[in-house]
Design a binder for this molecule. Structure first.
Ligand SMILES: [Zn+2]
Length: 463
């Protein structure tokens, strides 16, 4: 097996910054200290570089079926893109189809990932319906190492389950030590707004955000938090996009409700005027929740700063602009929802967070790696630099600048949400379990090297 000796790096973890060497053997950190030596190890001089634990993206949708199409990155192209962006672990949302057991859904996702993923991966299990066997199924899924579930208050008839069902799922999750992730938008009212828009001939992409207002997110966040409060269970709100939803989370935390929150770079960096782009350009940004206003961006950055946001995920769910987004050319409701982001999470957050002095380097590590590992039962195997942890590292040259572009990205999707943006923090080297898998934008790893991670219970339950 491999041995790597990383010399003279500035090691940044969520809690400290130290100058030291790291010796990794067989994919595990063996030793951290000054002046380490190992004649048999491949040595790297990292003077002037930051070395962080590998990024963990807990919100991805690779090779995801949606009607007759699929999100365009599979587990190889998607994880290569992740790796090149400094992410060494993903947790992807597996789902079961209506009528299928959760185990069948999970099997289908194992088949998609096995032999293809280049980095380690885990799964959440998304409930597409609530039936007699849902609560029993949940126990089996947890035993299979999938310790988090997702439910929707949006997409009636497709994914939405009602309040009593969400309440039952929350109760059961608490019982078996699982964490419930919730997509918060009021799906029924959104469907009514969509009906009205289409009836009025409003079919362009710009009607997507107008039919999914922030109030619909605020209402659902409030309701879901209340359900969690009544079930006395923790809850994790995915892709928080608005200041209105943040207010609900802040109030709940003041009451002592264990509500955890995630946002994504697109909600911190982009805003709704992009839907007014020429022609059909706005379709690139059609995702749910939609991009919001500048004021929401400010509220979200504030929430990142004061740790009301625990995790930065991406909701990476790419569809080609030229051949897939165009399905909705005459009807915005037929534009496949989702956008790419798996490759640009670390450099965007490094730039907007650390370079612009909103958060410290340690806080940056916390929200892109350590908190995701803790909340989703991977810590301290992942998300930490300590003896015994996996040797997953990102090496950053803090002075180096790059431009984001669809041409240089590794995802196969045909556009970028951030075309032309100047960023710092693009990884110079990435190590996954001690192997150098990325160097200066070049991918050196191999499909199938990624392992399925059986996850423990969320750190919430260790409190
Ligand atoms: Zn998602």
């Amino acid at each position: 097996m491999n041995s790597a000796l990383l010399k003279n790096a500035t090691i940044i973890t969520a809690s400290q910054t130290i100058k030291a060497d790291i010796l990794a053997r067989d994919g595990i950190i063996e030793q951290i200290g000054r002046h380490l030596d190992a004649a048999d190890a491949q040595s790297f001089d990292l003077t002037g570089r930051y070395l962080l634990p590998g990024g963990i993206d807990v919100h991805t949708h690779l090779d995801m079926p949606l009607g007759d199409i699929r999100s365009c990155d599979d587990f190889t192209t998607g994880t290569v893109a992740a790796a090149c962006g400094g992410t060494t672990t993903i947790i992807d949302y597996a789902a079961h189809a209506h009528g299928e057991t959760m185990a069948q859904g999970l099997d289908a996702w194992h088949q998609r990932a096995e032999g293809k993923a280049v980095i380690d991966y885990g799964f959440h299990l998304t409930l597409s319906e609530f039936t007699d066997r849902t609560l029993r199924d949940m126990e089996r899924i947890v035993e299979a190492g999938v310790t988090s579930f997702k439910v929707f208050t949006a997409y009636p008839g497709r994914m939405m389950i009602d309040d009593a069902a969400i309440f039952r799922v929350l109760q059961q999750a608490k019982e078996i030590g699982a964490l419930v992730c919730v997509h918060c938008e009021n799906g029924q009212v959104i469907d009514a707004l969509i009906h009205d828009a289409l009836a009025a001939g409003q079919t362009a992409p710009k009607y997507h955000p107008l039919t999914r207002p922030a109030i619909a997110e605020r209402e659902a966040a409030h309701r879901v938090i209340s359900l969690a409060e009544m079930a006395d269970a923790p809850v994790y709100i995915v892709h928080v996009s608005s200041g209105a939803a943040i207010e609900q989370i802040a109030q709940a935390r003041l009451r002592g409700v264990p509500v955890y929150a995630e946002t994504c770079p697109q909600y911190l960096f982009l805003s709704a005027e992009l839907y007014d782009g020429i022609e059909f350009e706005g379709a690139k940004y059609v995702m749910s929740p939609p991009l919001r206003e500048k004021l929401d961006q400010d509220a979200l950055w504030q929430a990142v700063r004061n740790r009301m946001i625990d995790v930065i995920g991406t909701d990476h769910c790419p569809f080609h602009f030229q051949s897939q987004k165009t399905l909705g050319r005459d009807d915005f409701t037929k534009i496949p929802n989702g956008g790419p982001g798996i490759e640009t999470r670390l450099n965007l957050m490094f730039t907007g967070g650390v370079s612009e002095q909103r958060i410290s380097l340690n806080h940056f590590v916390d929200i892109v790696s350590t908190q995701p590992a803790k909340l989703f039962g991977l810590y301290p195997q992942k998300g930490e630099i300590a003896p015994g942890s996996d040797a997953d590292f990102v090496v950053i040259n803090p002075e180096h600048e790059t431009f984001i572009s669809a041409i240089t990205q590794h995802s196969i999707v045909d556009y970028s949400l951030y075309e032309g943006m100047r960023v710092k923090g693009t990884p110079e080297k990435v190590f996954a379990r001690g192997e150098l898998i990325v160097e200066n934008g070049r991918f050196l790893g191999k499909p199938g090297a990624g392992r399925f991670l059986k996850r423990q219970r969320s750190s919430h339950y260790a409190r």
